[in-house]
Design a protein around this ligand. Structure first.
Ligand code: C2E
Ligand code: MG
Ligand code: MG
Ligand code: MG
Length: 278
């Protein structure tokens, strides 16, 4: 009773706040059943070798096929799923689905899967990855796990141990969105990544900003020295593609090559894996 009175009072003073809170509550409730109800889908965005433009794989990007709101981007629900703990079940579903999709592809290219920092807190992550590989019979070398600097922000024994256990399975580890977090360089020293993905914010400014070009080149050089491949993220134009190559990026990803698309639309990429779609 007291609670209801409280809410009523709140509504009369701050209607916007109350509506947002209610929408969030509803989304939370819907999110709680969405995994079991199979409402998530994976879209795939092609990854290409820079020099040859050869297809090297696809990154799995999750979307929520929401019954009321339509197809939702990860920015609209990943954070909420992390706060509510739904990311555990969702993350496991994403891993299993991406591995089983990739196992069906006509070419043995890689599949990249994004991991939430919350998934890293679970003791069972390496076991979960091993189980997804076993269930799909996907070769471990075809799986690449993408983590962001925030995973390493609280970097402790457990994080580094987990990363090593994952590497021991034979899967690749990529540092995603590189350059957007803090003290990036120390992270590269604390763990041997296979790949650095240079954040789109640097790539998109390469044409107009010599500073951005210098940063991209420095990261690509560093990657090369440390034995890591470097992917330029968010390549949208031919000029950005050219500059990514000129500045030493080994791989590229972006709308110039292909947007994220449903699994059913990948066939064309396998038929003409060297062709640009733009
Ligand atoms: P990300 O891992 O850095 O993924 C790349 C994002 O950039 C994707 O957005 C992709 O659609 C977008 N993108 C790719 N090429 C271009 C381009 O040329 N131009 C522009 N403007 N954008 C481009 P999306 O799918 O909305 O995903 C956003 C973020 O959500 C991802 O960033 C990732 O951090 C997270 N995310 C996506 N899928 C998953 C998932 O399965 N699990 C987890 N934990 N996070 C995910
Ligand atoms: Mg990613
Ligand atoms: Mg990224
Ligand atoms: Mg990004």
């Amino acid at each position: 009773k007291a609670k209801m009175e409280g809410r009523g009072t709140c509504r009369s003073f701050e209607p916007g706040m109350d509506a947002r809170l209610q929408e969030r509550r509803q989304l939370e409730a819907e999110l709680a059943v969405a995994v079991a109800d199979n409402q998530f889908v994976l879209h795939y965005q092609p990854l290409h070798e820079a020099m040859t433009s050869k297809l090297t794989g696809f990154e799995a990007l999750v979307r929520w096929n929401h019954p009321r709101l339509g197809l939702l981007a990860p920015s609209e629900f990943i954070h909420l799923s992390e706060e509510t703990g739904v990311i555990d079940a969702l993350g496991e579903w994403i891993l299993r689905q991406a591995c089983s999709d990739a196992a069906q592809w006509p070419l043995p290219v890689k599949v990249a899967v994004n991991l939430s920092p919350i998934q890293f807190k679970q003791q069972g992550l390496p076991l979960q990855v091993a189980a997804a590989l076993a269930a799909s019979s996907l070769m471990p070398s075809r799986l690449e796990l993408e983590i962001t600097e925030s995973v390493l922000l609280a970097h402790n024994e457990h994080t580094i141990e987990t990363l090593h256990s994952l590497r021991d399975l034979g899967v690749g580890i990529a540092m995603d969105d590189f350059g957007t977090g803090y003290s990036s360089l120390s992270y590269l020293r604390s763990f041997p990544f296979n790949r650095i993905k240079i954040d789109r914010s640097f790539v998109s400014l390469m044409c107009e900003s010599s500073e951005s070009r210098a940063i991209v080149k420095a990261v690509a050089d560093l990657g090369s020295t440390l034995g890591m491949t470097t992917t330029a993220e968010g390549v949208e134009t031919e000029d950005q593609y050219r500059l990514a190559k000129e500045n030493g990026c080994t791989d590229v990803q972006g709308w110039l090559f292909g947007r994220p698309m449903p699994a059913s639309e990948l066939a064309a990429f396998f038929e003409a894996p060297h062709a640009l779609t733009a």
